[in-house]
Design a protein around this ligand. Structure first.
Ligand code: SF4
Length: 431
């Protein structure tokens, strides 16, 4: 079976392209051309049969990803499955299973059987669990075998940290960084290279990785091992050098008809975000950019869903097309169900705000409907349209107004009610 990219380049419209075009309200041939050019990826492993496909990239709605999975401290599979269901219900288009403890294979396979969202994984994490032996004893072949296992299991995209080479590592050590390498996968593969003296196996055997991806149509998500982990490290030598390597690896993947998305920063001050997006879009020839934040200040632990939503909105309005959510638990603990909900809402707000700015078809219509309901003081309609209807309804119910049509904020001085009245020729009574 071909990949979406191969089919697109041969002029074939796949059922997945049709579904994405329907969802986005775009013309399917235009979408096919974007897939052929690599500007849109439709991650869809042949074996993920319950997938509801989504497109990620140019001129499409900004998508969000939710990270889930077990850790040594939190290993309850039922809790993680509950989070998956809630995330999908709340509109997450993608779920990344970052499990790093317990029966990871069982969880991954259950996800593929039951979850209609795009499913992503990071094979490096799973290799550590799967082999359960000292890091330096994992062989190059074993790392690649895990990639194959995940592809066979039906994962739609995989983060592969192939952009950090021995040369990048040397440059990173020479230049220095305040917070070193903060990518979990990046730090593991860097440590492996240091301990074994060998080249990054995902870089050295990249053609084999591509062969696996092409066989199952796994979209390769080129991991950014050197993403900045603090404001002080943003847009530094290590980050930019790795991005150049990722651009080269993008072309090699496209030459094998493998779909690509590219991962990006990280922590970054507001004033550097747009330039970073433009640089990525230019040197990676428009490949979809998947940003992890960017978190715009380091000093708000407990509120990093906000710091990242600010950065995500700017990034997406400047060219990124896929936002990895960040929860209030970032830097602190494994997210709970409530942390996850807050992270999803924050990320959806960032994505939607960017879609309005980018002029994505239909994006501003939602706001227009909400504003009309506000003007009409139509509370049920406002709740129906709200990004988080449950919270909106709860807030209103917790603080009942004197007048049913207004709210407890301004009471009789409700500007909306008074303007509606005066423009309808009715006297306004504020006493
Ligand atoms: S009372 Fe004030 S805040 Fe509430 S709906 Fe009217 S104008 Fe808006």
């Amino acid at each position: 079976m071909a990949t979406q990219r191969k089919a697109a380049r041969e002029g074939i419209v796949t059922p997945q392209m049709e579904a994405v075009a329907r969802e986005e309200g775009t013309e399917v041939q235009e979408l096919r051309e974007l897939v052929a050019e690599g500007k849109v990826a439709i991650p869809a492993n042949h074996r993920h049969t319950c997938l509801v496909p989504h497109g990620v990239g140019h001129a499409l709605k900004t998508k969000i990803n939710v990270n889930l999975g077990t850790s040594r401290d939190c290993v309850n599979l039922d809790v993680e499955m509950e989070k998956v269901q809630k995330a999908v219900e709340m509109g997450a288009e993608s779920i990344m299973d970052l499990s790093s403890f317990g029966d990871t294979a069982a969880f991954r396979r259950k996800l593929v059987q039951e979850c209609p969202a795009i499913i992503g994984t990071v094979p490096i994490y799973d290799a550590i669990v799967y082999y359960n032996k000292p890091l330096q004893e994992i062989t190059a072949k074993e790392w690649l075998d895990v990639v194959h296992m995940h592809a066979e299991d039906g994962v739609d995209f995989m983060t592969i940290h192939c952009g950090i080479t021995k040369a990048t590592g040397e440059r990173f050590k020479k230049a220095g960084r305040l917070t070193n390498i903060v990518s979990r996968g990046g730090s593991l593969i860097f440590a492996w290279m240091e301990m074994t003296g060998q080249e990054n196996p995902f870089y050295e055997y990249y053609d084999e990785v591509l062969e696996i991806c092409a066989q199952y149509d796994v979209t390769i998500s080129l991991g950014d091992a050197c993403r900045p982990g603090c404001i002080a490290d943003s847009t530094d030598i290590s980050q930019i050098e790795e991005l150049v390597t990722l651009a080269e690896l993008t072309q090699r993947a496209w030459d094998r008809d493998v779909q690509v998305i590219i991962e990006g920063p990280g922590h970054m001050p507001l004033n550097e975000i747009a330039a970073n997006m433009q640089l990525q879009q230019k040197i990676c020839k428009g490949a979809p950019f998947y940003v992890l934040g960017p978190i715009v200040t380091d000093v708000a632990p407990g509120y990093d869903h906000i710091t990242s939503a600010i950065g995500g909105a700017i990034a997406a309005s400047a060219g990124a097309s896929f936002l990895c959510y960040v929860t209030p638990a970032e830097h602190l603990r494994l997210p709970t169900l409530d942390d996850m909900k807050e992270g999803i809402i924050a990320s959806k707000i960032a994505a939607h705000a960017a879609d309005i700015a980018k002029g994505i078809k239909g994006a501003a219509d939602w706001d227009r409907q909400m504003s009309t309901a506000r003007k009409n003081l139509d509370w049920d309609e406002m709740f129906r349209l709200a990004m988080d209807p449950e919270k909106a309804r709860r807030y209103r119910e917790e603080s009942k107004p004197e007048h049913e049509d207004s709210c407890s904020m301004c009471g009789k001085m409700c500007a909306v009610r008074n303007m509606n009245a005066i423009l309808n020729g009715t006297a306004v009574d504020v006493v």
